[in-house]
Design a protein around this ligand. Sequence first.
Ligand code: NDP
Length: 247
Amino acid sequence: MIKRRPHVLITGGSRGIGAACAERFAAEGYSVTVLYKSRRGRAEDLAERLRETGADILPICADIRKEEEVRAAVTTANLQFGAVDILVSNAGIASQKLITDVSSEEFRDMLETHVTGLFHAVQAVLPGMIARKRGTIVTISSIWGLTGASCEVAYSTAKAAVIGFTKALAKEVGPSGITVNCVAPGVIDTDMNALLNDEDIASLCDETPLGRIGTAQEVADAVFFLASERSSFITGQVLSPNGGIVI
Ligand code: NDP
């Protein structure tokens, strides 16, 4: 029997941390499905680049906030590459505002993207993992989910919820042989931080013991570790690649 490649599904895989995860898993021989919201060009560029290296990669447009779209995407991905072995729940948005300026629609959107989106992705892949009695889920929170950030109350709330979700799910599905862990990055050089000016970056670097912000590849390394056999006895934990800004 031909052994299939293990299959990782990464939400928010068109750019930034998700794209770095896609590159890392593809380089390790995984079949990779990436979900994205609207930037088809970025997802297709990534897919083309990875296919040139011999990787199996499938980009799918699916809004993580919409249950039906996520379910349909997972069905398509399963047909293409076999059941999802690893879920990396990474899709996210950010915004900085005083809490008094945040509309209830913006607040809801933050929670729907980070928390309901995680719920949709987990519900779509979990029955297959439970049936096979194995699987790995890696969620992406943030240092702000650990400590809270001024002017990011909505984001911090959503990211703290991701950590609670991770811990509870780890307890629930551990008996089914499934691990669930969280990566809570510090400040990482992606589009999400494009609004930070040089002064902001310099002051963040000053506050960070390692003296710099992180790269998407460094977060992908942490995700890959938690998805690999090397972390087989680790579940319900939060790993924070953050240069020491939060210790
Ligand atoms: P980017 O802004 O670079 O990329 C965000 C990704 O999420 C894109 O692929 C985007 O798709 C996707 N996405 C957003 N909303 C949806 C949605 N409704 N449905 C499906 N996909 C969606 O972000 P980063 O790579 O920086 O961040 C990735 C994760 O890491 C996020 O959860 C973020 O909160 C977290 N994080 C980031 C940090 C940082 O400093 N950058 C620090 C700590 C945590 P599309 O391209 O189509 O828009």
